[in-house]
Write a protein that binds this ligand. Sequence first.
Ligand SMILES: Nc1ncnc2c1ncn2[C@@H]1O[C@H](COP(=O)(O)OP(=O)(O)O)[C@@H](O)[C@H]1O
Ligand SMILES: [Mg+2]
Length: 235
Amino acid sequence: MFAEGYIGIAGIIGVGKSTLTNELAKALNFEPVMEEVSGNPYLEKFYSDMKKYGTIMQIWLLNHRFRQHREFIARISLGKIRGVVQDRTIWEDTIFARMLNQHPEKIISDLDYNTYLDLFDNMVLRELVFPQLMIFLDCSVETAMERIKMRGRSMEKTITADYLKSLQENYYQFIEEMEDAGVRILRIDWETFKPTSEVVRLVHEYSLKPSSFTKWVRPLRKPPQETKAQEKVNV
Ligand SMILES: Nc1ncnc2c1ncn2[C@@H]1O[C@H](COP(=O)(O)OP(=O)(O)O)[C@@H](O)[C@H]1O
Ligand SMILES: [Mg+2]
């Protein structure tokens, strides 16, 4: 099932999701649903000790975003709002969880990762409604590093290019999995920012394409694979 009027914005740290979420929501007269970095009580601790806080922060995030998800889906279906643009979707949390599990240092242990996936399957998955359109913003790791530096959040100083590279590879795989399941994906090259009006035009164009959505997307169970070269929309 997917929700008419639900647009998700996906992408690695620093690519420009939050900025576009606000702008696009304004342009479409939708409600922005923001990722609240300052409200996350674990984030700073996580960046200073990933192994200690990795698992519990993923549980916190999943719970937080699940609550957010259910609330806005209810408001859309009751007709209280026309739609939402969401700054990072709940599925993307599973990218981080898997990446931390696959890290050579096993930041999240196999046991903890299995518990996380089991919780996701058993308590979260069946309640989820898919976006009408998922926009994937993509830029190089170097550019994302520059943007992270530019916004100057002190806790993000420990983010390395290797961490972002691995995140990006996991995102490519995730986007293919969503697409295989029939979710409409709009890839946009965000190496340079585009005017919001261009994004609005693409949103309208892509939303008219038929969706072949057929099945629930289980998060990221496939073993890691070579990422295919990414097709991008040039606007
Ligand atoms: N369209 C844009 N125009 C100008 N600056 C932008 C734009 N999008 C993002 N930025 C800047 O790039 C940095 C990262 O953007 P942000 O939206 O916070 O990324 P994300 O939410 O993906 O981590 C911020 O400093 C932001 O001000
Ligand atoms: Mg953000």
